[in-house]
Design a protein around this ligand. Sequence first.
Ligand code: CO
Ligand code: CO
Ligand code: CO
Length: 328
Amino acid sequence: MSPVDLGKILFSLDCPRDENLLVGFQGGDDAAVYKVREDLAIIHTVDFFTPIVDDPKSFGQIAAANSLSDVYAMGGSPLMALNIVCFPSSSLDLSILGEILKGGEEKVREANAFIAGGHTIDDKEPKYGLAVIGQVDPDKLITNRGAQVGDALLLTKPIGGGIVTTGIKRGYVKGEVLEEVMVVMKALNAAPSELMQQLGAHSCTDITGFGLLGHGHEMARASGVALEIYKNKVPLLSATKSLVRDGVIPGGTKTNLKFLEDKVSFSSTCKEEDGYILADAMTSGGLLISLLEEKAYELRELLKTKEGMAPAIIGRVVEGKAGSIYVS
Ligand code: CO
Ligand code: CO
Ligand code: CO
């Protein structure tokens, strides 16, 4: 079953009605948000998956950064987390699990949060992730819904992580390219989250399994606007293009592009490879932030100079059919 089919089943459920549930699962947002007090809401999210890199500690770090990211995408800060673990204890050495958990714990600590428990089951294939609780002032919550016509779109990390990690699995990639994607996937989205809030960002989501175009589509649909993406401005991991030309395209990336067929239009200067790259299903990607143009330039400068990041302004919010994207 594809993620799209799974999504249909989820969305066919009745969304719970509770006036304090600020964000449920109907808007395709990154996390659920529940208001417990006038000045306090809880952000709740869960994510786990099979290893995408060989090194167990790195896998733990990436899985944790990815799980924490949904809290950051809502403008919140993580409080605590629970481990979710599947592990084949009869066929793999337990020290591997120890390394995975150590990596996860390290990242959660870096996020100024802590792991307070978890649950483990025996399974044929290892899987790891976290359920994370974060907090936010309800007035400062940033969802998929607020993008406004005229906003600029800022992306905080390069894309292509799905293509590159598939390249690693197939033995096409090593050395510096491997190091580059590891650094990107391990990086927390904490600093951009805090700064975008100070600059009054209108909308935000993180780039993960549905790719830049898929998550962009969800933001545009929820906000009732369309997006224009400047393909030449989108930062890519260095090996992305050459890998796609060699036919390294993850299944999830193909599924994403198929799903987006009638939602995204490409200018005549786009090649087939651009669609795959922009729809690439990645793990622990950056934040896609919609905000006033002058604030976007300010945010880009702050992230460059203070955080040593390489963010880019990759498009703008325009009028048009809600959810549609034009790639120029
Ligand atoms: Co997300
Ligand atoms: Co998620
Ligand atoms: Co239990």
